[in-house]
Design a protein around this ligand. Structure first.
Ligand SMILES: N[C@@H](CCC(=O)N[C@@H](CS)C(=O)NCC(=O)O)C(=O)O
Length: 253
């Protein structure tokens, strides 16, 4: 659980569940899917990442990294999407999204979190986002003043101004994704979902990665089990309401 004491005190009086999220953000999709699977009511606070609505003093006062999603549960601020879905399943246990083998399920959540900055983010930014989200000098100065997280500063510096990701950064991202999706392919052999017959937090953690990476042109041809798994998820209501309602086609972003 990653709980934040916000410097923007306005959110501490929120009642019920509130989600700061981005339509096109795969990390936000994860939390929207979990909320919908659980049948929970939540208030939406949408931030348009393309308009850089996350880069404000007000939002950095809620999420110190300036990232989406952020969940506020009765005034308590939670960040980190994989921790948020784990928290939701603990606190709102019905219907359960937790596998009997919790340790194995949590390994999938930890892996998704671990590859976000080294693989998912560079792949998506190098193929699509960097060109759409160029900062003006003024926006860059504002970001530099607000962002204290060195890893994120370094990541965004790689595509600032005229710069773009190096071939080695992109190849490394592709290699990590290839290894992870090969592991997923093997795990899904003879199974409907990652943990077996039950749809769990492991699926919720990985489905959004497939959704955006696929739309950015990654070739899933050699991963038929992954393709079948993604197609099965597309029949669920949480895909309609948690993904498509907000982001009908990531390739068109
Ligand atoms: N580890 C974080 C990563 C969150 C993250 O990187 N969110 C992206 C959208 S998926 C974002 O806010 N990007 C805006 C930026 O990097 O400034 C989580 O899982 O919640």
């Amino acid at each position: 659980m990653v709980v934040i004491v916000p410097s923007n005190k306005s959110v501490e009086s929120f009642e019920g569940l509130h989600l700061y999220h981005g339509a096109i953000s795969n990390c936000s999709m994860r939390v929207r899917i979990a909320l919908i699977e659980k049948g929970l009511d939540w208030e939406s606070h949408h931030l348009d990442l393309l308009k850089k609505e996350n880069i404000t003093e007000e939002y950095f006062g809620i999420n110190p990294n300036g990232l989406v999603p952020t969940l506020i549960d009765n005034g308590v601020v939670h960040i980190e999407s994989n921790d948020i879905i784990d928290y939701l399943d603990d606190v709102y246990p019905e219907p359960s999204l937790r596998a009997e083998n919790n340790d194995e399920m949590m390994e999938w959540l930890h892996l998704a979190a671990a590859i976000h900055v080294p693989a998912c983010k560079p792949y998506v930014y190098a193929t699509k986002m960097a060109a759409k989200i160029k900062k003006t000098a003024e926006e860059q100065a504002k970001y530099d003043a607000l962002q204290k997280n060195q890893e994120l500063k370094e990541f965004h510096d790689k595509h600032s101004g005229d710069k773009s990701f190096s071939t080695s950064d992109f190849d490394k991202a592709k290699a990590i994704l290839g290894a992870c999706f090969a592991k997923l392919e093997m795990t899904l052999e003879g199974r409907n979902w990652i943990m077996g017959d039950q749809f769990t937090l492991a699926d919720i953690s990985w489905i959004p990665l497939h959704f955006v990476i696929d739309a950015c042109g990654y070739d899933f041809g050699k991963f038929p089990n992954v393709q079948k798994w993604a197609a099965a998820f597309q029949t669920k209501e949480s895909y309609q309401q948690g993904v498509l309602k907000w982001c009908p086609d990531f390739s068109q972003v």
